[in-house]
Write a protein that binds this ligand. Sequence first.
Ligand code: ATP
Ligand code: MG
Ligand code: MG
Ligand code: MG
Length: 564
Amino acid sequence: MRLSALYMPTLKEAPADAEVISHKLLVRAGMIRKLTSGIYTYLPLGRRSLDKIAQIIRDEMNAAGAQEIVMPMVQPGDLWKESGRWEAYGPELMRINDRHGRDYCLGPTHEEVVTDLVRGEVRSYRQLPLNLYQVQTKFRDEIRPRFGLMRGREFIMKDAYSFDKDMPGADASYASMYEAYNRAFTRLGLRFRAVQADSGAIGGSFSHEFMVLALTGEDTIVTCTRCEYAANLEKAEVRYAGEICEKGECPPLEEVSTPGTHTVAAVANFLGVHEEQILKTLLYDADGEAVAVLLRGDRELNEIKLKNLIGATSLELASPEQVTKWTGAAVGFAGPVGLLGVERIYADEEVLRSTNWVAGANKDDAHVRHLDIDRDVKLTGSADLRTVTLTDPCPACGGPIEMPRGIEVGHVFKLGTKYSEAMGATFLDEGGKEQLMIMGCYGIGVSRILAAAIEQNNDEFGIVFPPSIAPYEVALLTLGAKDEAVVAKSEELYQLLSAKGVEVLLDDRNERPGVKFKDADLVGFPIQLVVGGKALARGVVEAKDRRTGEKTELAVDNFEQAFD
Ligand code: ATP
Ligand code: MG
Ligand code: MG
Ligand code: MG
């Protein structure tokens, strides 16, 4: 491809709404453009990277015996009513009506459709196991779409669904997907960890999330420094105790026991949520009044509920410093579940967005200073999650734990018979007896991976793409569009590399060298080849490794060999 003909509108400045580095760089590198909130167009370079990500995932799915299909994006509401999720899914499900007034939705996931596809047609144990997958656009009406491709409303997912005749079979399907995910994420060049996850509301029995480790991750992971234990915070249910203090000058803490009036049931009643949703009543002020609770379930839904409860008008904002001061410790608990204030929410927008929690405190008594003590854990410092130290809990071995942030890029889930039971997906076993199929579902955020990879691979100059997902492997920069020898040699090398199957982008624009270097660095092509007049006169072109910055000279005479 020639850059002069490529639609690659690079920008000097990031858009104002871009908070995280991947969002900034994807826009600046001309890879994506926003259409509207949480909905993006992928430009040629963005699409190439996405295709590469999807292809690696496809390879590994195929190698594991899964078969690719494409299911519709528009799904009939009746199927969702059958599974019970029309009621249960909440406002993330984009519901629409056709001209006859019939209910439809835009698929946020495809358990219903795939179960409908298989039921009735797969009748015998001989047709199992079966694993069907697709790479497809999903729609979820996320309450707070943000961070560019990281949390979109429209996004690309690979979703696979397995059907087995018995538990050992279902376990084997799960294990094979787990392995395929490990291989795929390794090939994608990501630093990741598989962690135990809560299978909670979806009703599965076993689940792992694949987390890309990055500070901007919205999830908190608990990992042991001594053993293999790794779980997301919600699953880990690590409990803390400690102190947080508004000004750092609180009197010594006293033990505050849970007052009778603030039982879990009372708090649940007050909030209008189910008791099981309450993970822990955890903050008490000096008088023993509960001022905040941890809620299980969808943080964002809970937040809406709470806002409705207290009235949006009473939502007050405090400065980030204030928030981090009096809720700094709480950030550690909140993580993916969310910490919600009972009476008021105080939080600065910016802090909310960057930390994935909702700070809670009582307006009249922001002097929150005691946490429920379950285990003997101490907080050091006052503000930051990373300052939390725990004196006891790896849950597995008692060793010290760390709590890095993670971006969920994949999720494997043993569904059991939830959908086959609700939707009647049965088969006849060896003895001719009707049995329920045992299912699993396996998702990967294809478009989210593009963002996650950039969160992990960037520097002050731009993206540093892992070679496996770079839009082009080589950028060939012609320095001096008016120097005939340079132009001719660039053209020759371009043809030569292309013929060898190397993906090369020829920067043949009539631009200054500085512009070309900047753009090549910004997009992050793994190798830059620089054809310049002086070097060429010496019979060499310069090759730069984008990651290390290391430069080498390649003799044009045996140039071809360097790319064997
Ligand atoms: P999250 O916890 O981030 O909301 P999820 O648990 O709701 O994700 P799953 O239902 O497990 O997501 O979907 C499978 C994968 O799809 C996720 O692991 C993630 O990589 C990706 N994904 C989910 N929601 C989004 C989104 N809004 N934008 C981009 N990718 C997403
Ligand atoms: Mg979600
Ligand atoms: Mg999740
Ligand atoms: Mg998930």
